[in-house]
Design a protein around this ligand. Structure first.
Ligand code: SF4
Ligand code: SF4
Ligand code: SF4
Length: 268
């Protein structure tokens, strides 16, 4: 079977397994990807929430801090950012919306977003969010990324509002979270995998592991015909022939499947 249908099956299984709470299965474990524990059907805990709670106002709880770090580190060392390409439900969401930003590329303004000189620097925003809002502000003042998380708004707040509108009591961050959620939607509809490229703290945590992970993508450039099919198809906007264990690679395998010369491969 082609790689991409297999990947879709993996992603659907991960989505279902993330929502087994609807059938009463609550594991108490953390997800190794981005999904909100406030979702009424959630099976596990959010790794970001666990980290934030562990450092809340300087009271470090090592047990809860180490658990998500070890879990994400385990997947990172073995497969780099493959969790993003193969398991994360928010990655699956952006896979389903990806045709829209690709179609919008016919507009010069949208096309230029991806090639603007500032674009590579925007990719560092996710590291700032990870350090700033997941570690520093929870530690210092108790303000957390998950207070304003658009994924929490999508998979937690909206379903709760839909199921129990009368019982929902918005906290003081609700208006800000709603605005950020709208910005999140705009982002993923104008830039393919925009959330993963620029904002996701879990993607930021996993990205450096691409440099050392056992599984990684290799391009045998000596046989490259410079057709650029790989870079065109890449959902993360990577210059594929020139990448060297790029932290942005989510190991989706699209370039592996599409290279006409068959010179891109997963290697261990
Ligand atoms: S970067 Fe974040 S949202 Fe995107 S696939 Fe990875 S964990 Fe999921
Ligand atoms: S470089 Fe290849 S495997 Fe990595 S994200 Fe791009 S298309 Fe997917
Ligand atoms: S698709 Fe293959 S041959 Fe074409 S530029 Fe990419 S690596 Fe080179």
């Amino acid at each position: 079977m082609n790689l991409q249908p297999k990947r879709l099956i993996f992603q659907c299984i991960a989505l279902i397994s993330a929502n087994l709470g609807a059938f009463g299965l609550k594991t108490g474990f953390c997800y190794p990807f981005f999904y909100c524990q406030a979702c009424p059907a959630a099976t596990s805990a959010c790794p970001l929430r666990a980290i934030e709670q562990s450092v809340f106002k300087g009271l470090i709880t090592w047990r809860f801090l180490l658990y998500p770090l070890l879990l994400l580190g385990f997947f990172g060392v073995l497969t780099g950012r493959a969790v993003c390409g193969w398991a994360c439900p928010i990655g699956l969401l952006q896979r389903t919306t990806s045709r829209i930003p690709r179609r919008l590329k016919k507009y010069r303004f949208i096309r230029n977003l991806g090639t603007h000189p500032i674009e590579p620097y925007l990719r560092y925003v996710k590291y700032l969010l990870l350090i700033g809002l997941v570690v520093v502000t929870p530690y210092v003042i108790g303000f957390m990324f998950t207070d304003i998380c658009p994924v929490g708004f999508l998979t937690g707040t909206i379903p709760i509002l839909a199921l129990n509108p009368g019982k929902f009591v918005p906290n003081i961050f609700f208006p800000l979270a709603a605005i950020i959620f709208v910005l999140f939607l705009i982002l993923i509809f104008i830039v393919e995998r925009g959330w993963c490229r620029y904002c996701c703290p879990i993607g930021a945590f996993l990205a450096p592991f691409n440099k050392i992970s056992v599984l990684h993508v290799v391009v045998h450039t000596e046989k490259c015909k410079h057709c650029n099919v790989c870079s065109y198809i890449c959902p993360m906007g990577i210059d594929v022939p020139n990448m060297d264990r790029d932290p942005e690679c989510i190991l989706c395998g699209k370039c592996v499947s599409q290279c006409p010369e068959r010179i891109i491969a997963f290697e261990r």
